[in-house]
Design a binder for this molecule. Sequence first.
Ligand SMILES: Nc1ncnc2c1ncn2[C@@H]1O[C@H](COP(=O)(O)OP(=O)(O)OP(=O)(O)O)[C@@H](O)[C@H]1O
Ligand SMILES: [Mg+2]
Length: 488
Amino acid sequence: MPSTSTLFSAYASITASVMLVRSIVNELVPPQLQTQLLSKFQYLFNPLSPQLTLVIEEYDGLDRNEVYEASELFLRTIITPSIDRIKVTKVSDKNLAFSIDKGEEVIHVFEGIQVKWKLIISEVTKPDGVDPYAPMQKTENRMFELKFHKKHKDQVMSSYLAYVLNSAKANKEENKVVKLHTTGAFYGQSGLWGSIILEHPATFDTLAMDQKLKREIIDDLDRFVKRREFYKRVGKAWKRGYLLYGPPGTGKSSLIAAMANYLKFDVYDMELANIMNNMQLRNFLVATANRSILVIEDIDCSVDLQNREQEPRVRNEYQDPDNKLTLSGLLNFIDGLWSSCGDERIIIFTTNHRERLDPALLRPGRMDMHIHLSYCTIDGFNMLASNYLGIHKNNHNKLYSEIEDSIEKSLVTPAEVAEELMKSEDADTALGGLLEVLKRKKREEDEPIKDKEECQEPKIQKTVGQDVEGIARTRGRRVYRGRVFRGR
Ligand SMILES: Nc1ncnc2c1ncn2[C@@H]1O[C@H](COP(=O)(O)OP(=O)(O)OP(=O)(O)O)[C@@H](O)[C@H]1O
Ligand SMILES: [Mg+2]
């Protein structure tokens, strides 16, 4: 080991060399180049510095540097009170983002190692865009400096940076804003998805539906997102299909929003009426991202997709640009294309009339779960009363008990119940209004039943989902309420 005096004399000789170079530079080099040259020289002759600095620039050529993005997100999570200035930006209606400002330093301790982050921003003047002759423009160059003791080099380079990348990824997922992409009237024409932030407030907590069915859906989604390896092993595309059926106003669209908000998956709402042909359909489908929900609402009536046998056969889309949009086209793309590309996809069809659907859509393996949403049950009413009026099941409240007694005797949808409960902030007034609606509906419904003797037993629908069977529940009338039982 070198003695202290040897070290000291080495240091003295290096310092002398630096001074010598500095005076030579002063004599020979124009002043504007001096600073640049000296800083490079000092950098070379700085072997005694115990610090190592990693430089993380915002751009890698023209591409954004993913490590910079991750560092930026990560730093938001470790901002400490020691910082004097914090920048605030709005990322969505609900969320603000906090970040460090230029020149600020953040100290972070990871597994006993102390690292120091600093944001450096410099202004440069360069051509606007890639064209070197474009007008010059002032832009900012941003980079993070990450300083730590050299002895921790291996640990920082491997474990710490991996930790930063993983934390940023988790943080991104948590704060992800769910988007709604649509082929709506305007966008459909352009052949591109248009997107807005999905601000549908529905969640599983606000959905009034059979509790058991709700639990089944949540469990199914949880199982699905956890099973990457399983799908790979059995050689199946990592996708899941749901068919939501039931009368208008029973919560089909609300359930889709609740699923999207729960999984933080973007929604692609495909309006078939705006899609001209199979070719355009395919273009839209390939432009959808992973971890998303493709929704086709009212599949029975948006386009005349029934009668598959009578459809003109599509010989070759490239030869026949005028080909129509067909059900077989739709099913082929969904089955074929998505099994070869794309991961973690959910497809949802909705309909008010499941009985009108083409058998091709109902055949085993096509839609994994058939979910029946139906008229409001006692459970559903309890949930809506708690959400809308903040009141709970109360046997002493006569109105409340009367509603519970009669709600399943008439065909009232959760949307109708919700509408009544919203009419007054006074619970008794709102409950009174709802009771009136229930009585009126009951009277209206009883009329035609007395006239027509066609009150048949409801058909038990053995649905063909891979692991779930939907069965219509009866109260001796043609009333269907959502129920799903696990199949064999
Ligand atoms: N199950 C439910 N739980 C809570 N609110 C509901 C439910 N069903 C309907 N609503 C209320 O009614 C409104 C309309 O419901 P929604 O659009 O989800 O019905 P839908 O089944 O999609 O109807 P449609 O068949 O006409 O598309 C919702 O915005 C919500 O306020
Ligand atoms: Mg709907």
